[in-house]
Design a protein around this ligand. Sequence first.
Ligand SMILES: [Zn+2]
Length: 250
Amino acid sequence: MNGTQYTITPVSVGTLNIDKPQFVWGQGWGTEVKAPVLMFYVEGGGKRIMIDTGCAEPEWGTKYHKSLVRTPEQEPARALAAIGVNPAEIDIVVATHLHWDHCYNHELFTNARFLVQRRELQYAAAPPPIFANVYEAPITGMTPAYSKTKFEVLDGEYDLAEGLKLVFAPGHAPGMQCPLINTAKGLYYIAGDNVPLYENLEGNKFGRPIPGMIFENLSLYYETLRNMERMADHVLPGHDFKVLDQARYG
Ligand SMILES: [Zn+2]
């Protein structure tokens, strides 16, 4: 991809405790890892874009999901202000998928277009029972955080802007979409929960990368990971603290 170059700024809005094998297939049974809840601010070509919008409040998250800690500085509006971003000035919000830790706080982005894949929106409304909770699906008695969001619904790959493409990437969720972003340092791919940790990319003796343990179709998941490796110069994982070691990418 040529043309417009973007920068990518990761923002953490909380810390979750996650069972390790959930992130890296079958590895680390009985151990928990701490994981940041990440959203990504992308800027370039006069556009301001958010990739995912974070999770619920810590009380809610801890009660219905996993142990969630949020410092005052990680409150989403404050975390964005700290990097000089006013959510009302965001043009576009991309939902990589609709799990509860990625699609809260839409009300902050009062002037944005919201983009989601049709497959994900449909799946989230009535997922298999074991995934009802992570989607806060109606069957749980909860109301999904995005219930008032006026989404633009996409069917597969989408050219969002010059140098910025949304790749249809079924894996961790069947309607995942992952941004492929042109930067001064090459093409960055925000993998989201398809690649929770850098460790997933290392693989094992039979191959790489290693998927996580949440998915609908493992063959499609591997296909997505292979496409990712073919397209991207750099991959940013969805829940790794090391992503925050660098303030800005590109
Ligand atoms: Zn997820």
